[in-house]
Structure formats: C-alpha cells, structure tokens
Design a protein around this ligand. Structure first.
Ligand code: URA
Ligand code: SF4
Length: 185
C-alpha cells in the first residue's frame, strides 16, 4: 500500500488544516470485502486508524457475530481521510477532494464486495442521496462490483434497541448476507 502514503501529506481540502493524522485504513490489504465509512472521529484522528472508537468497537462486534474477522477478511476505510472539526458531516467539496484517494484504495484492494456504512459513504461512492432505511440491505452494482449500503454504526449507538426489527438486528442480518455472498464463488 505504499502508493497511498502520499495521502499522509495531502492538502487538497481544508480538513488538512485541523487534522492530527491522516487516517487511511485498517484490516487486510488484499481483502475480498471493503467497508467504507464517513470520516475519522477524535480517536481515529489521534491514533491514525479508522473505526477505533465506540462506533468501531460496535462494528467489530457485529462483524465477528456475522462470521467475519475484522483483521483478516476485510479492509476498512472512510470517504474522507481527515477528521472534520466537531465531527460534522464532510462537505460535498471535501468528499469530492478526497474521492481520488478512495478510488485508489478500491483499485489497490480490488474487493469483490463493498459495504457502504451510512449515507455519506453512499453519497461519496454512488453520488446518490438516498434514505438509508430504503437502501440498507440492497445489493447495488457499481463499476462491476457488488455494493451493499448498511446503517452506520453510530446510528446503531443512537438507536440501541435489541428488537428483531431494530437497526442493530437489521445490520447484523445484512452483514450475514454479505458473509454468505463472500462464500459463494
Ligand atoms: N465513524 C466513521 O465513519 N469512521 C471512523 O473511522 C470512525 C467513526
Ligand atoms: Fe486530502 Fe482527503 Fe485529507 Fe482532504 S480529507 S486533506 S482530500 S486526505
């Protein structure tokens, strides 16, 4: 992944002015599954790794429950690589400025399946603004790859119901469908 190290010096948008670290990825470099989130938060910015705070811990637990090993089976990154101040949503211009890095990551990892965590990742990759309640769990296609949007783990943290039709259970079911798909040839 040395081709991506240039990203550490990127100043293509104003998020470069306030970040501590550029947050590129964690997981396996050649994984068949790629997960794309929104943007680093405070802990990610401090540690230089995506999804290491509360959202990340919940995500890892759901992945393990779905039979996916976060270290070996997948590669995780974000639509933007630098933390927006106060964790605000990335602006459209920031998504656009960072998109070449995301495209580079997709080219290098070459995943069979891409999972989009929340509406910002959907907007960044697919250029559509859709309601996640409608989009989640659906197989979409992008540049010859299969893509599934699912709820962002921070949404699950805000809606912690354990009910069978609540967001957490739906997300676990979605991840199980993804895991099954990866088992198919
Ligand atoms: N939320 C994200 O979208 N990405 C992270 O890396 C952490 C929290
Ligand atoms: Fe560059 Fe992306 Fe960071 Fe903006 S968010 S400075 S485009 S790496």
């Amino acid at each position: 992944m040395s081709e991506l190290l240039d990203c550490e010096h990127c100043t293509a948008c104003d998020l470069a002015l306030t970040r501590q670290r550029v947050v590129i990825s964690r997981g396996a470099a050649m994984a068949p599954l790629m997960l794309i989130g929104e943007a680093p938060g405070a802990q990610e910015d401090a540690m230089g790794q995506p999804f290491v705070g509360r959202s990340g811990q919940l995500l890892d637990r759901l992945l393990l429950d779905a039979g996916l090993n976060p270290e070996q089976d997948l590669y995780i990154c974000n639509a933007v690589k630098c933390r927006p101040p106060q964790n605000r949503r990335p602006k459209r211009g920031e998504l656009t400025a960072c998109r070449p890095w995301l495209d580079r990551q997709i080219d290098l990892v070459d995943p069979r399946v891409i999972v989009l965590l929340g509406a910002t990742a959907v907007e960044s990759l697919l250029g559509i603004k859709g309601g996640m309640t409608q989009l989640r769990g659906q197989w979409l296609s992008w540049e010859g790859r299969v893509v599934m949007p699912i709820f962002h783990p921070s949404y699950l943290l805000r809606n912690p119901s354990r009910a069978a039709d609540a967001p957490t259970a739906l997300t676990l079911a979605d991840l199980r469908v993804v895991q099954q798909r990866l088992c198919e040839r």
